[in-house]
Design a protein around this ligand. Sequence first.
Ligand SMILES: [Zn+2]
Length: 277
Amino acid sequence: MDNILDIVYEYSINGRILDDTAIEKIISIAKKEFNLNNVHEIERRKSFPITKHSTIAAYNHLDQSIVLYPAAIKRDFLLREYKSKLKTENELNRVEKCFRKNLHMVFIILHELEHANQFMHQSDSSLEMQLVNIELGYIYDIGNTFDCFYGATDIEKLAESFKHYKIYKNNYRISLAERLANANALLKIREMTKKIGSSKLEELYDSLLLTYYMSRYDSKDDSPTKRFFKAIERDHLLTYILIKHEDLSYEDRIKFGLNLTSDEYKANEELVKLKRR
Ligand SMILES: [Zn+2]
């Protein structure tokens, strides 16, 4: 990921937002690092998706393509920044703010490539892939797209995928494939911030990761992953998988959205409160 950081660094330190050339380079480096040479078609649309709640980027596993709406990503981010509830976000200086915007673009790209990665590694026996596979198998078997709303231009595609889309949308917040795509992308970016040499950015990405993780827990016992498996009526499979993975570290349990101890849950809730404005 160092090459990606080099590009982000060069732009941000000069107060520039990543342009199409930079985005293209970042995608190509990330594809190489993920070993995703098959993700062949990268489409960048200049226009915004049509609906208000539509997607800013998508990975389609049928044709292994990624669609990005850079303009919408910027719009989405400005809205997010405006609504940000994290103290650190407001404490960034001008250069750090530029880094933050550019890192967010990298985050979106990595998130979509994480989805591609999930499809490529379906035969892995890691706990991560076992959990994701159940979700992919159940929801995406009928052949569909992640994060995808193509707008009116591809209305047939949408109609075709409506059944999937409804299940997916209803459980989007607690989807494990989404949680892991976000977590892995955020973890990679957090590593990058350590090399930038800004303690504020590092602190911010720590906070983003923790607040994201915790936002999906309703209580310590009602973990997001448990809820998701219940929603797709596969809770017995979660129990079965977890029998084989009894001694999971705290890092794994929170990343996979599994049960936390009372102490861990309370400590995290306190920390999240402190990080908020
Ligand atoms: Zn996603």
